[in-house]
Design a protein around this ligand. Structure first.
Ligand code: SAH
Length: 226
C-alpha cells in the first residue's frame, strides 16, 4: 500500500506553497482559478520523498523512469492557456491530458474541469499517480494505460486537450477528438527547439499559434509495462 505524508515537510508546506503562488503571479499567471488550484494541490507529494523539500521550487524534478514533473510555472501557464480563449478565461468541462507522469498536472486540472481523462504509456507511473490522486480525495480523474498518440476516443470529444510531452507534430487523433470551440495545447519540436503550440477548433477550421519556447521529455510511441 502506498501512503503519502500530506503534511510532508510540516507546517511550512502551506506557507512555502503560498510563496510559489506569489512567484507565479509575478511571472504573469493572472487566472485566479489556476492560482487557487496550484494552492490546493501539494506538489511535494508528487515527487520522490528525498526531493519533497524542493517541491515548491519553480523547477522541473525527476519522477523516475527518466521522466520529470514539469516546472510549476509551465504547469500554470499551460493550464491558464488551456482554460482561456481570445475573450479571456473560459469554462471547459471535459479535459484530456496526454502524459500523466506523477499525476500533478491532472490534479490541477481536476480543480478546473468537471471530468479529467489522462493517458500514460508507462504502467509503473500510473500506480503512483492513482494513489496520490486518491490520497487527495480527487474523484474526477480517470487514468488509462495506453499510447496517448491515440487520444481516448471512447471518452471524447474533449473541450480541452493538453499534451505534457514534446511531440514531433500534432497527432491527428487529438485534433479529431477536440470539440467545436475546443483548445489543444502541445509542445512541438525536437530537443531544445520545442514551441508550445495552441490549436483552436473554430467554425472555420483550425487556428494555430505558438506562445513560448519550452523543453519537455519526448512523446514516445507504444506502451511500457502492464
Ligand atoms: N504531466 C506530468 C509530467 C509529464 S512528463 C506530471 O504532471 O507529472 C511526460 C510524461 O509523458 C511521462 O510520464 C511519459 O511517460 C509520458 N509519455 C510520453 N509519451 C507518451 C505517450 N505516447 N502516451 C502517453 N504518455 C506518454
Amino acid at each position: 500500500m502506498l501512503s503519502f505524508d500530506l503534511n510532508g515537510i510540516g507546517m511550512t508546506s502551506r506557507r512555502t506553497r503560498g510563496r510559489l503562488i506569489d512567484r507565479l503571479r509575478a511571472k504573469g499567471i493572472t487566472d485566479e482559478r489556476v492560482l487557487e488550484a496550484m494552492r490546493m494541490v501539494p506538489r511535494h507529494i508528487f515527487v520522490d520523498e528525498a526531493l519533497a523539500h524542493r517541491g515548491y521550487e519553480d523547477i522541473a524534478l525527476p519522477i523516475g523512469h527518466n521522466q520529470t514533473i514539469s516546472q510549476p510555472y509551465i504547469v500554470a501557464l499551460m493550464t491558464q492557456v488551456l482554460f482561456s480563449d481570445a475573450s479571456g478565461s473560459v469554462k471547459r468541462d471535459s479535459v484530456l491530458e496526454i502524459g500523466t507522469g506523477s499525476g500533478y498536472q491532472a490534479s490541477i486540472l481536476a480543480y478546473m474541469a468537471k471530468k479529467v481523462y489522462t493517458v500514460e504509456r508507462i504502467f509503473d507511473l500510473i500506480e503512483y499517480a492513482k494513489a496520490r490522486i486518491k490520497a487527495l480525495k480527487i474523484r474526477n480523474v480517470r487514468i488509462k494505460h495506453d499510447d496517448g498518440n491515440l487520444g481516448w476516443a471512447q471518452q471524447g470529444p474533449f473541450d480541452a486537450i493538453i499534451v505534457t510531452a514534446g511531440a514531433p507534430g500534432v497527432p491527428d487523433a487529438l485534433i479529431e477528438q477536440l470539440s467545436p470551440g475546443g483548445r489543444l495545447v502541445i509542445p512541438v519540436g525536437q530537443g531544445d527547439a520545442q514551441k508550445l503550440i495552441v490549436v483552436d477548433k473554430t467554425s472555420a477550421g483550425f487556428e494555430q499559434s505558438d506562445i513560448a519556447d519550452v523543453r519537455f521529455v519526448p512523446l514516445l510511441r507504444g506502451t511500457l509495462g502492464g
